[in-house]
Ligand binder design. Structure first.
Ligand SMILES: NC(=O)c1ccc[n+]([C@@H]2O[C@H](COP(=O)([O-])OP(=O)(O)OC[C@H]3O[C@@H](n4cnc5c(N)ncnc54)[C@H](O)[C@@H]3O)[C@@H](O)[C@H]2O)c1
Length: 358
């Protein structure tokens, strides 16, 4: 963890759910964190509740605006970049596909172009998603070299972001010419990320928490859908290992990576909803939403053997542990919101201790 002390890190999307956790974690390790994003996407939000802004430089900016992004790179000369800013929701992408493509495709191209123009970044991690694969609804996990696709505009925009990243890597950050450019760029595909502090619409955990607080059963669209659930700290730790290795060892690992859970933690939506209701202590249950909804994948699994073998990454918390941490987080939000920063840092610390103790 000492690697991160005093490193200059730029995170796009730092006001979001994953970006807030990553910003706080890197701050706690002594990194100099610069964030570039729009306003937090929800109210309430983790960014404001745990005062993430206090330990970093937070720039209000749009990844669709190249010049403003370019200026942020010039002003702060980051050494490492995590690109997370996105329109990350499937159903929102059906409502507004153009905005999704503009943000997720051109936003990614703008970040890569800024890295190309400003010669200070040594390692960049571009965050896409498990949904970037052509989903065949089969029971095997997708591997990094499986075909990209994406049915809905969100998933497809992330497949496009993968292709752009690969093109920039081949054309401008080619590992064979690393001595000339000095940049290593990877893309990462994590599963369905869960954790305290998410209030996004149409995501299972925030929907369930809203139901528990209001004491109303949650309407669930696809209770039988299976997803690779993982606590938010799991993929973030994978991204950090990857960035560190590319920074210190060069471009050998500059490629696409999956980060998923153990196979027996790939559970159905209904299973998670039942478990959460049980852990909440008399949490109101859920009912099947009988309405017609746009297509969403039924079955999605990730094969992360490569990350295990080459990065020595593996999940640290099992799904049930992750659900307990989540309940602890939202119950603190309900009863003692002023304690949330301490709790969030304590969860990060606990995760880190478990990593270090093997
Ligand atoms: N949460 C998950 O389950 C999950 C799973 C796989 C991949 N991802 C990916 O991880 C990343 C972070 O997801 P999240 O769950 O934290 O999302 P989020 O909605 O909580 O955060 C999105 C962030 O992007 C910023 N943003 C959106 N449009 C922007 C724009 N035009 N310019 C600048 N900033 C903009 C928002 O302000 C926010 O900071 C996304 O790339 C998402 O696709 C998330």
């Amino acid at each position: 963890m000492s690697f991160w002390k005093d490193k200059k890190i730029l995170i796009t999307g730092h006001t979001g759910f994953k970006g807030s956790w990553l910003s706080l974690w890197l701050q706690s390790l002594g990194a100099r964190v610069i964030g570039y994003a729009l306003e937090p996407p929800t109210q309430p939000n983790l960014f404001q509740l745990v005062h993430v802004q206090d330990g970093m430089i937070s720039i209000h900016g749009d990844v669709r605006h190249y010049q403003s992004l370019h200026n942020a790179f010039v002003d702060h000369a980051p050494e490492i970049v995590f690109h997370m800013a996105a329109q990350p929701l499937v159903r929102a992408s059906y409502r507004d596909p153009l905005e999704t493509y503009n943000t997720n495709v051109m936003g990614t191209a703008n970040v890569l172009e800024a890295i190309r123009q400003i010669r200070c970044v040594k390692a960049a991690v571009i965050i896409t998603t498990d949904k970037c694969y052509e989903n065949k609804e089969w029971h095997w996990g997708y591997r990094e070299n499986d075909r990209l696709g994406g049915f809905d505009p969100y998933s497809n925009s992330k497949a496009c972001a993968e292709l752009i990243t690969a093109s920039y890597r081949h054309s401008f950050f080619n590992p064979d010419r690393y001595a000339e450019h000095g940049v290593a760029v990877a893309s990462v595909r994590a599963g369905n990320v869960i954790g305290g502090g998410d209030w996004a619409e149409d995501r299972l955990i925030p929907d369930l928490i809203r139901g528990f607080i209001l004491k109303q059963p949650t309407l669930i669209r696809y209770p039988d859908a299976v997803r690779p659930w993982q606590h938010v700290l799991e993929p973030l730790f994978g991204y950090m290992i990857l960035a560190e290795k590319m920074f210190t060892e060069g471009p050998a690992l500059a490629d696409a990576w999956n980060f998923g859970p153990y196979a027996d933690d790939e559970k159905s939506v209904g299973w998670i909803a039942d478990k959460m209701a049980q852990l909440w202590d008399n949490g109101v249950g859920w009912t099947r939403d009988g309405q017609q909804h746009p297509h969403e994948a039924g079955y999605l699994k990730l094969d992360w053997s490569r990350a295990r073998q080459l990065l020595h990454w593996r999940p640290v918390w099992r799904l049930e542990d992750a659900l307990i941490k989540i309940i602890e987080w939202y119950q603190t939000y309900q009863k003692q919101p002023e304690q949330l920063r301490t709790l969030t840092l304590a969860q990060i610390h606990e995760y880190q201790q478990k990593v270090m103790n093997g």
